[in-house]
Design a protein around this ligand. Structure first.
Ligand SMILES: [Zn+2]
Length: 152
């Protein structure tokens, strides 16, 4: 055997590198696979568009609800002769427990929650509530539980 026919260390290195690269390269997709990939991409795109539309519809619903809550008087309509009327607000204790915390008022018509201003924790726990101590006190006095006083 001639010296030139021997495989050198460098030849082996080149061969290993070439084989490694060849094995890493994914095979070209067949026509069927390419069609499946295209179909999958279209499905993903359609799902993303659907999620976007759902998100926009949800936001629109929230905006409509907020508008409705701003328009709501939170009171029953008054009949002639002073009949009827009164609040639609009910006083709710957080977690159903009257533990000294003020809880909130809930409008049974528009689902608005009014809480007295009581620190950043409740803003975090109930971000869509209205925080207004004056409003809370005003409506609280109109509820059946409101005969006991107001929150300072
Ligand atoms: Zn209301």
């Amino acid at each position: 055997m001639k010296r030139a026919d021997l495989v050198t260390k460098e030849d082996l290195k080149e061969l290993i590198v070439a084989l490694t690269e060849a094995s890493r390269k994914p095979p070209e997709p067949t026509e069927d696979e390419a069609a499946q990939i295209a179909q999958r991409k279209a499905q993903i795109q359609a799902a993303q568009e659907e999620r976007k539309a759902n998100g926009e519809a949800h936001l629109e619903g929230l905006r409509n609800k907020q508008y409705y809550q701003q328009q709501c008087s939170h009171m029953h309509s008054q009949l002639p002769g002073g009949l009827g009327g009164g609040t639609r607000m009910v006083h709710i204790h957080d977690n159903g427990v009257g533990d000294g915390r003020p809880g909130y008022l809930y409008c049974q018509k528009c689902e608005l929650r009014i809480r007295p201003e009581s620190g950043p924790l409740w803003h975090k726990l109930d971000p869509t509530a209205v925080f207004d101590t004056e409003k809370f006190n005003w409506y609280y006095q109109s509820t059946t539980g409101g005969r006991g006083g107001v929150i300072d």
